[in-house]
Design a protein around this ligand. Sequence first.
Ligand SMILES: [Zn+2]
Length: 466
Amino acid sequence: MRKFLSILCMLSFPALLLAQQPDEAVPIDFQAAGREALEHLKALIRLDTSNPPGNEAQVTAYLAGQLRQAGLEPQLFEPEPGRGSLVVRYKGTGEKRPLLIMSHIDVVPVVEKEWSVPPFAGVVKDGYLWGRGTLDDKSMAAAELQVMLLLARNRVRLSRDLIFLAEADEEAGGRLGIKWLLANHPDLLDVEMALNEGGRVVWKNGKMRYVAIQTTEKIYQDFEVIARGESGHSSVPTGGNPVALLIRALERIGSMKFPVELNPVTREFFTQLAPIFPRGLSLCASRLENPEEGAQCAELLSVNPNYNAMLRTTCTPTILKAGIKENVIPSEARANLNCRLLPGTDLDKFARQLRKVIDDDQVELRFAREPEPRPGPSPVDSPLFQTIRSVIEAMAPGVPVVPYMSAGGTDSQVLRKRGVLAYGLLPFPIQEEEIRTMHANNERIRVDSFIWGTELLYRIVVEAAK
Ligand SMILES: [Zn+2]
């Protein structure tokens, strides 16, 4: 793009030259930009990238077309046919190290008949855009695209490069997305800091309540639970049916109550938000570590599934596999147990604890995937976190900005492991019941929220990279 501009400069007359002077104060019509971004989001929703199989290359082709029109030069990657990721760089002066804005462009599958609108039609109804990916995570992709387009069109001067990454395969662990890119093109993602999904702007009763910036996340760990026995004729049961053994083992795990434990991130989250919680909860949020009231308070807060998941480790079965025929007792029954552990948990010790609770030598419990070392949280005193805070204060005065540990996993972890300061920010104000549509039926985003969040993202990026 630089080259193109300099040729243009040489050929053109002074007025045009003036227009190319870097200007950070280009007035932007954020309503118009947001509406344009909304059209991009609709287009992305209409490209079905349910993973599996993914087919993210449809989305990278769309993004590449838009970016090229603005004079940018995206790089496209396809480690396997159809599994596309895209990286594009908007050049800064290079005084500071790059900032990465990223989003995943695959989505989880849908059960279409359970939706009240078609999930891949990009329908706007009742003030919402509906569809798979409207929150997780194509809204981020569309907003990030818009940020790149605005910067390129207005030739905004930045002191660091801004890199936009749209990645495949996040919902399946990132083997063909972030992990492939880091293994094969690490130079492209050599950045100082990153903005990704994972945070929340919480909206309730027509008001913005707080902004949660994800600085860490729980440990994702799957376990295989395998019950074994002897196969046989179901007309003469012998008592060692693996299906029954597996159910008993899962019941025992299900009845476990994991202890409440705060870490620096969740401690700050609950203490800072205590004043804005409803009465009752408000007192409790600041007394979680109080020896007398702590336990009772934790129970009260745990009624909210999201707070419950922040306060303790959780485990829940997600897949069952058993049986080959109605009248055959199978020799094996398997379950996948999905656990989200508090950071710092010793995984071997935890597995031993689960085995002890199952207490059955016909049932094996093992790691579905060997655990990897986990990085610590990104700091709250970094310039990027402070920038996020100050931009939010300017756009939404008085709304608290707090660090957040997400229960869900994101690709920020692999970046943190490499020393990148990564923050999760889903910049669109959303209500609790909308948050719950992620990975569920009727996923949707409020149109006004999307437009507001696109502006917030743009302002944060410019401020952090100026
Ligand atoms: Zn996601």
